[in-house]
Write a new protein. Structure first.
Length: 377
């Protein structure tokens, strides 16, 4: 059993370190309400030209403990002397809020054999551009973040703030895992919209449970009802989950309703993706029979799929852009998707378009969508 303890403790400290870094990232977002904060870019956190590495250690401070981080930041500074750096770290024997600057001797010791690779003046400039900031422990930082979230998000209680903290952490994880380096940015506006969507989802789920499914659908119908005859010209994606009970004619009817509602005036045709459908051939055939003109990114029979073609079809007149759900990542970075509407039966999808306005709506089946988009009887 004793031989197992180091690995178990290592896992505990690793998880605590990740959570500590998430909270440190969140603090930077709250500290910079008008500036997007980069997560896991060149360093752990980036605010414009200021780069931060985050460490949480349970052992006493030693120069060797920060050496890997300093080496990495020195390497980046050698490429970009306009950058500024900080190591935000917790050591139990150092006071939170204490700031430390390395001496020339300490920097040479940290760099070791690499020291001679850098000129003396470059190392002197780096010493002025780098500092060590000692941070509070994991629990203290967590309580600080929670208090600030409660104030900024206007949570009614500590429990509600804790709920939004969990939602935001999940979102930060998805940003890191699903976006490529250079595109992992968060802003306070993003977090407020995330919490707003979560609040709406909680309200709708509770509404359906308390008031009944029929009233729930009427609520959604009112929310999706266009307030004016003019449809704002936005790129919209509708992701619709299907199951074994889904009938092909329901897919055609839903597509027709979305085309009629959103392909109007200067508004472009909506993108539609059916989640859970492996082969779209039968659906395409049924759409053609219903005289619903769509483009799917294939310019002719036997052609290869082209993302640029479905974004900008070679011929006008298509009222629907039908895309295989698995091909959605091909659009990321090529166009700006303004809105993503996820109608799910089992569980919400993960939106690949990080900057779009996203809404997740629980439904029992496609018959619900006919009620929502058909409008008042």
């Amino acid at each position: 059993m004793d031989s197992l303890m180091p690995s178990q403790d290592g896992g505990h400290h690793a998880i605590k370190g990740f959570a500590f870094q998430f909270d440190a990232s969140l603090m930077r977002v709250l500290d910079n309400p008008k500036t997007p904060v980069e997560i896991e870019g060149a360093q752990d956190i980036g605010v414009e030209s200021f780069h931060i590495q985050v460490k949480h250690r349970s052992s006493k401070y030693r120069l060797s403990k920060i050496a890997p981080a300093v080496k990495q930041m020195m390497q980046q500074f050698a490429v970009d002397q306009s950058a500024r750096f900080a190591l935000y770290c917790h050591f139990p024997d150092r006071d939170p809020g204490e700031t430390l600057r390395l001496t020339q001797t300490e920097l040479d010791a940290v760099l070791g054999d690499l020291s001679d690779s850098y000129k003396a003046d470059l190392k002197a400039w780096f010493l002025k551009a780098f500092e060590v900031n000692f941070a509070p422990d994991f629990e203290t930082q967590f309580q600080t973040v929670l208090a600030r979230l409660k104030r900024v998000l206007r949570a009614d209680s500590d429990s509600e703030a804790l709920c939004w903290h969990a939602v935001i952490h999940h979102h930060i994880r998805d940003v890191v895992l699903r976006r490529p380096p250079g595109d992992r940015y968060l802003s306070l506006a993003d977090l407020k919209e995330l919490v707003y969507d979560a609040r709406s989802a909680v309200f709708e789920a509770s509404y359906a449970q308390v008031c009944g499914h029929e009233k729930y659908l009427r609520l959604l119908r009112e929310q999706y009802k266009s307030s004016t005859a003019h449809v704002p010209p936005r790129e919209r994606l509708f992701i619709i989950e299907c199951n074994s009970q889904t009938h092909i004619l329901d897919l055609v009817d839903t597509s027709s309703l979305l085309r009629f509602r959103y392909f109007a005036g200067e508004s472009p045709p909506p993108y539609i993706a059916f989640r859970g459908i492996r082969d779209l051939k039968r659906i395409k055939h049924a759409l053609w029979q219903a005289r619903e003109h769509f483009h799917d990114g294939f310019d002719y029979g036997g052609a290869e799929y082209s993302a640029s073609s479905i974004i900008s079809p070679p011929l006008p007149g298509y009222g629907i852009k039908l895309i295989d759900y698995n091909l959605l990542p091909s659009l990321v970075g090529r166009m700006h998707m303004h809105e993503v509407h996820d109608f799910y039966i089992s569980e919400p999808m993960v939106n690949p378009f990080g900057y779009s306005r996203t809404r997740h709506v629980a439904i029992d089946g496609l018959s619900d969508l006919k009620v929502i988009f058909k409008g008042p009887k």
